[in-house]
Design a protein around this ligand. Structure first.
Ligand code: HEM
Length: 196
């Protein structure tokens, strides 16, 4: 028993010496500061905008716009599937708008979502400034009549799944750190957005 305590004590001393020397070693290379999600998606590098001929766009914003538009495509497919638990009731006011109005409202949603993601993940250019409602108000039908019904946690999980699938189809694989970081940003919004 006595010997065992001695061994335990010496293990502790060696361990704490190792920790102290680690803490005091200023020559250790510091881990590099991680680039923002926006930078990792291409950042401020200007590229030709494939959807607006003759115009340039930041690569980071273009990456987000592609993911957002793929997500909207998946949501529309979900609604058209008529499956139980689909997102139809939530988006009904937006989809009920017809003709040009609907095209405009979906384009506005795409623009606002692109601004929102770019602005909140490191996009600093004024073009990325988000000027829509905050996440609580945007998802409360009493404050935003374009939100059909409140979202449940299950709706939210489905929505995040669509953003993830959209990221996958735009070159961000599920097993990457970038994907994990994007999902973490989305998860941080579950509480304000889920309101029932
Ligand atoms: C990570 C999750 C989400 C984010 C970041 C997000 C973000 C946004 C943003 C930025 C807007 C625009 C607000 C404005 O124009 O003022 C919006 C609107 C909306 N969101 Fe979400 N949202 C999320 C999840 C959801 C979920 C789970 C649902 C429903 C199931 C939903 C349904 C809607 C609807 C119906 C609108 C209104 C469309 C419009 O005004 O054009 N969202 N959301």
């Amino acid at each position: 028993m006595k010997n065992l305590s001695k061994i335990t004590l010496s293990v502790l001393i060696i361990a704490s010496a190792a920790l102290t020397s680690c803490n005091n070693d200023d020559d250790d290379p510091k881990p590099p500061v991680k680039a923002s999600i926006y930078e990792r998606l291409g950042g401020t590098k200007m590229v030709a905008d494939p959807d607006n001929s003759g115009q340039m766009i930041e690569q980071g914003r273009l990456s987000f716009r592609k993911v957002v538009n793929s997500t909207i495509g998946l949501i529309v497919a979900d609604i058209q599937s008529n499956a139980s638990g689909n997102l139809q009731a939530h988006f009904a006011p937006v989809l009920a708008e017809t003709g040009n109005t609907q095209a405009t409202s979906i384009a506005r949603l795409s623009d606002n979502l692109t601004d929102f993601f770019s602005f909140n993940t490191g996009g600093t250019n004024a073009v990325n400034t988000y000027s829509g409602l905050n996440m609580v108000a945007a998802h409360d039908p009493a404050k935003n009549p374009r939100m059909g019904t409140k979202s449940s946690s299950a709706d939210y999980t489905k929505f995040v799944g669509y953003v993830g699938a959209a990221a996958n189809s735009n070159g961000v694989a599920s097993n990457t750190e970038l994907y994990t970081d994007i999902v973490a940003v989305l998860e941080s919004l579950r509480t304000p957005i889920v309101q029932k």
